[in-house]
Design a protein around this ligand. Structure first.
Ligand SMILES: [Zn+2]
Ligand SMILES: [Zn+2]
Length: 182
């Protein structure tokens, strides 16, 4: 959704959006390490307010994202409860802004052309910024065995015994055996 600044009344404008999979697909990078999915749309509630030299966007993004565990790849639901607090300034103004002032508090500064607010893009940024560096299905997730691919949360490793008893040449033996007989 795009909102023109001149369409925002002086009293501000409330937006209520359902942010769904289709929207997510527009913004998620192709090499998304989180394997993000949205089984249910996120509920986005925003309030756009015009001030003399900037705009503020406040509100919430709530729901749950499906993510793939970074250790075992198993998908699970990660609750989303983001508080939105954006200070929107036009690009020229942003450049003149004192650096120190920009870092003054936890408000997120965003720049725009002064005419059109790309709401969906801002929501996407908020969602991605809110993600932890690493997502785990549980703190003690045991991951996947790099040898046999077993999900160690659910099954025992099938290669453990062989790892220790095999000589470095064991692999060669296997390769030889796999070759069709001439
Ligand atoms: Zn896991
Ligand atoms: Zn294994």
């Amino acid at each position: 959704m795009r909102v023109r600044v001149d369409e925002i009344p002086d009293s501000g404008r409330t937006l209520s959006l359902r942010w769904d999979q289709e929207m997510l697909d527009r913004f998620v990078p192709p090499d998304d390490p989180f394997h993000l999915k949205l089984p249910e749309p996120l509920q986005v509630e925003l309030f756009l307010d015009k001030r003399t030299d900037h705009l503020t966007i406040t509100g919430t993004i709530q729901g749950a994202l499906e993510v793939g565990c970074h250790r075992c790849l198993r998908p699970f639901l990660l609750p989303v409860d983001e508080k939105v607090d954006i200070y929107l300034v036009t690009e020229e103004r942003g450049e003149r802004e004192d650096e120190k002032e920009l870092e003054a508090d936890e408000l997120l500064y965003e720049f725009f052309d002064g005419e059109v607010i790309e709401v969906d893009e801002l929501v996407a940024e908020q969602i991605f910024l809110g993600l932890p560096v690493k997502v785990l299905c549980s703190e003690d997730c045991r991951g996947i065995c790099p040898g046999c691919g077993a999900n160690l949360n659910e099954e025992a490793c099938r290669c453990k015994v062989n790892h220790t008893s095999r000589s470095p040449f064991a692999k060669l033996e296997v390769l030889k055996k796999k070759q069709p007989e001439e």
